[in-house]
Design a protein around this ligand. Structure first.
Ligand SMILES: [Zn+2]
Length: 81
């Protein structure tokens, strides 16, 4: 266990095209912009205003976004709005 136990690293992505769900481990230091659905091979991209596919389609927001929520510290790779 690390010292960032409050950060959830697994998120279940739900494909908006076919509804398939897949649990993925998120990269901690980068946002994932594209994700290809294993089931229908649709290439998912973040919705407007979201930094990564996990924020748009996952059950859990990406680690940088979680860290901001937890600590208030801006550490995301995403552009600030
Ligand atoms: Zn799909």
């Amino acid at each position: 266990m690390g010292n960032s136990a409050a950060i959830e690293l697994q998120s279940t992505l739900r494909c908006p095209a076919c509804g398939a769900e897949k649990t993925e481990t998120m990269p901690v230091n980068a946002c994932q912009w594209f994700y290809e659905c294993e089931h229908c091979h649709t290439l998912l991209k973040p919705l407007p205003g979201d930094c990564c596919v996990f924020c748009s389609y996952g059950t859990v927001a990406c680690p940088p976004v979680q860290e901001v929520a937890l600590t208030g510290k801006k550490s995301c790779c995403c552009p600030s709005s």
